[in-house]
Design a protein around this ligand. Structure first.
Ligand code: ZN
Length: 385
């Protein structure tokens, strides 16, 4: 097997849990990659011989971003809705229905090429693992084909039939469909099940019914909760022992305690607050309480159409009181934890060789230079992409 050494790395972020600092930073470092796997990391002067060398030119190398929350399978565009919102109209969950109509009308080929375009856009910004949800089909057929499209790009696929109740059906009828025939059609293409637990979408009992049915079908649970206002979703997620609960914008002290006392990851989606002009979640409060935090994009056509985790890192630092180190950790190791993955999110021997070379001397530039394209090269499973 060919070994490639990436040498002359000015600053290497490993996320080594044994390190004294959060990010396990190694100065003047090298990484040796064999096939798809990291074989060695450490000081460049101690690097073992390799067949090929890549000179990082003194720049920083970080683990690839792990984006644990996205909605890439959709058709249509909601730029007009965004413009209206920026002119003063409030965000409401109902806009999802416009995307549903466009998605149902699109062919499988159109949906596949849209996802391919967005995944390529993510890779150019350093994302090497992405979770993709359904949720714009809302019929058994359209949810299953959305997941089949997503499956072509990632193993981290999430069945989100419980996104919003479609027109022409009652909530009771729709939950019966989501937990019955639609679940049966979707389960073969999904690893996860999710629900939008929010006023105007699904209440706690309905969300619990969806997650429980998913678990019985072998799917693992995650939840959209406490995005638009206070609610029972975060405590439901902690009670059920879900891997992650996402948004967490409006939290009571009880919600924060529940997160701190559970292993459930709080995934913060700062791009949504940016794009909807809502108050940002208080990451500092969560971290100081001992909760585990991830950052993800929530890339979707309605509430947040960014695919950029560097942008989300910058927002988290500026608007959510995270340090640059905490924000990078949350967007890499945090995202991996939110997907229950131990092979990605860190650069250590045996991990998948997902690396990002930054055009910067330090990862701090991700927040220090917002909006600047800093990703010089991305490798996924040891291959430059
Ligand atoms: Zn979402």
């Amino acid at each position: 097997m060919t070994a490639t050494a990436i040498t002359n790395i000015g600053e290497l972020v490993t996320n080594d849990p044994e390190a004294a600092d959060l990010l396990g930073v190694v100065a003047d470092a090298a990484v040796v990659v064999e096939g798809a796997t990291v074989a060695w990391v450490g000081p460049a002067a101690a690097a073992p011989p390799a067949d090929q060398q890549v000179d990082a030119g003194g720049r920083a190398v970080i683990p690839g971003f792990v984006d644990s929350h996205s909605h890439l399978v959709f058709a249509g565009d909601r730029a007009a809705e965004f413009a209206a919102r920026m002119s003063g109209e409030p965000y409401a969950a109902g806009g999802i229905r416009r995307t549903v109509a466009a998605t149902r009308a699109a062919t499988d080929e159109q949906l596949t090429s849209q996802v391919a375009r967005l995944v390529a856009e993510m890779r150019r910004q350093g994302t090497t693992t992405v979770e993709i949800k359904s949720g714009y089909g809302l019929t058994a057929h359209d949810e299953a084909r959305s997941l089949a499209v997503a499956r072509q790009f990632t193993v981290e696929t999430t069945y989100l039939g419980a996104h919003v109740v479609p027109d022409g059906t009652t909530p009771e009828e729709y939950v019966a469909l989501v937990t019955g025939p639609m679940l049966e059609a979707c389960a073969p293409y999904a690893r996860w099940i999710d629900a939008f637990c929010e006023t105007g979408a699904f209440d706690a009992d309905q969300s619990r019914a969806v997650l429980t049915a998913g678990a019985a079908a072998g799917l693992r649970g995650r939840l959209h909760a406490n995005q638009l206002g206070p609610g029972p979703g975060v405590r439901l997620a902690c009670d059920l022992g879900l891997t992650a609960v996402d948004h967490c914008t409006y939290l009571s002290d009880d919600d924060v305690s529940a997160l701190a006392d559970s292993g459930t990851i709080a995934t913060l989606l700062a791009g949504v607050e940016f794009s909807t002009r809502q108050p940002y979640p208080d990451a500092r409060r969560l971290i100081d309480a001992g909760a585990l935090v991830a950052l993800a994009s929530d890339c979707n056509p309605g509430s947040c159409f960014t695919s950029s985790l560097p942008f989300c890192v910058a927002l988290a630092v500026r608007e959510m009181r995270m340090t640059p180190a905490e924000a990078l950790y949350a967007a890499t190791a945090g995202g991996a934890a939110a997907l229950d993955r131990d092979d990605v999110g860190s650069l250590l021997p045996g991990k998948r060789a997902d690396l990002v070379l930054l055009d910067a001397p330090t990862y701090v530039h991700l927040a220090y230079r917002p909006g600047v394209p800093l990703v010089a090269q991305t490798w996924v499973s040891g291959r430059p992409v």
